[in-house]
Design a protein around this ligand. Structure first.
Ligand code: HEC
Ligand code: HEC
Length: 389
């Protein structure tokens, strides 16, 4: 990570003054100061996010859930998942060679079938035989993602250090899409915009097509027409726009205020440790959005605790590969809102923050070891700080 540029950037941000307090709100509520027209879109989008789709409306024939909020559920619509994990499979052939096994349904191995599909003898998709990796993914919370979308590309790429020139053991890299755009969304850095993610979620998680040329599949193979007679596209572009508006205008989770003077001191001690042992090399506390015609997104400070870059996290956290990510690479997740979470890491394997930290490897090995060496009480300060986010 390049320190000098970042120092300059924070100095500039600090000098700007206005809007330097991070935006935050109750989980599931809209960003403050949205005009009525955009609030109306937010609420229409939320209704679609909560809507239970039926096979007659195009659900399936293969799907994981019949509504977005079945997975993005806790502590409010737009939040994180419970016990459900989305399964993906890939074939990794070395750097730059990731086969998502799309022809065999590897992008998303769906667990549910509509009654018509079951009548044809299809129950659930299976892991393709050609797969070399299988990944299990917990649904992340979506709070504050519109602000994340509004962060200028320059602010993200200035922290890249692919060859670790500063020798700190950390070599963050911005993920790119096939057409070269910066991919800041997705645990493996796969999508440049929220709208594209939403479209893919409709298609893969719910079997709802969004384009006339979309084909319904079972393990990547087209299904018989009778399995899903609803004509493509099953949802129109207005629906996609409204769903994207809901996600875009969700307020980020606000940190929990300290309960007392001593509690404030504990949180402050934890915050300092988080910085001094190197967690902030990847979990960058704040970034600023660029200019936007929408005042709620315009030059706001976002407390995300992420650099939005890919890092090699070592074999312990490996899963599938992606177009621009190897099996061991993951995008630093946003830590805001940890207070309302019960499962941690991409697959939700940890129910304890200490375990989540100790699972860090690869580029995060040094910071992880520094944490492991802290006396118990100081580890506890850091964990209390994380739980206040
Ligand atoms: C079956 C569970 C499930 C359903 C249903 C589901 N999602 Fe997700 N969602 C996930 C998982 C798992 C991820 C993380 C996948 C990844 O990053 O590769 C995710 C990620 C996302 C992201 C990107 C988050 C980020 O930090 O980059 C968005 C946006 C999103 N979902 C929106 C939606 C919308 C809109 C719907 C409804 C159309 C929906 N999801 C339905 C499980 C689900
Ligand atoms: C090299 C970059 C890097 C460093 C340094 C780093 N992390 Fe992480 N952190 C990540 C990545 C990437 C993940 C995602 C791992 C996964 O999902 O499997 C993660 C996940 C987490 C999570 C779980 C978040 C969630 O959404 O479930 C916590 C908590 C966390 N880190 C805290 C810390 C703390 C505390 C430190 C310092 C001791 C630290 N991290 C240092 C990159 C880093």
């Amino acid at each position: 990570m390049r320190i000098v540029a970042i120092f300059l950037l924070s100095a500039i941000a600090g000098a700007c003054g206005a809007g330097s307090t991070p935006v935050g709100g109750e989980p599931g509520t809209p960003l403050p100061d949205l005009p009525d027209t955009l609030l109306a879109k937010f609420f229409a989008g939320r209704a679609l996010f909560d809507k239970v789709y039926t096979p007659e409306e195009g659900l399936g024939p293969m799907f994981n859930e019949n509504q977005c909020s079945a997975c993005h559920t806790s502590p409010a619509s737009g939040g994180t998942g419970g016990f459900e994990r989305v399964v993906k499979a890939t074939r990794f052939g070395g750097p730059g060679d990731c086969d998502p096994l799309a022809d065999f349904g590897g992008e998303n191995i769906r667990t549910q079938a509509t009654p018509r599909m079951k009548a044809l003898g299809f129950e659930r998709e299976s892991v393709p035989a050609a797969a070399t990796e299988v990944g299990h993914f917990l649904a992340p919370p979506l709070f504050g993602l519109g602000l994340v979308e509004a962060i200028p590309e320059e602010e993200i790429v200035l922290r890249e250090d692919p060859d670790d020139r500063d020798g700190d053991g950390i070599s963050g890299r911005a993920a790119r899409t096939r057409d070269g755009r910066l991919a800041r969304f997705g645990r493996k850095g796969e999508f440049a915009t929220l709208r594209e993610f939403v479209e893919t979620a409709l298609r893969l998680e719910m079997g709802l097509t969004t384009r006339a040329e979309d084909v319904e599949t079972f393990n990547g193979r087209p299904v018989p027409r009778t399995a899903d007679p609803t004509p493509e596209p099953e949802v129109d572009s207005v629906t996609v726009d409204l769903l994207a508006a809901f996600v875009r205008f969700l307020a980020p989770a606000a940190p929990l205020p300290p309960r007392s003077g001593p509690h404030r001191d504990t949180l402050e001690a934890g915050r300092r440790l988080f910085e001094s042992i190197g967690c902030t090399s990847c979990h960058v506390p704040t970034m600023r959005t660029g200019r936007s015609p929408i005042p709620a997104l315009d030059r706001k400070t976002v407390a995300l605790y992420s650099d939005l870059l890919l890092h090699d996290m070592g074999p312990g956290l490996a899963s599938v590969c992606a177009f621009d990510a190897s099996p061991t690479e993951l995008r630093t997740p946003i830590l805001a809102g940890l207070s309302s979470r019960s499962f941690y890491l991409h697959d939700g394997r940890a129910i304890d923050l200490r375990d989540a930290i100790l699972a860090h490897g690869g580029e995060a090995q040094r910071a992880r070891d520094a944490f492991a060496r802290l006396p118990w009480l100081r580890q506890e300060y850091l964990i209390r700080f994380l739980k206040s986010l």
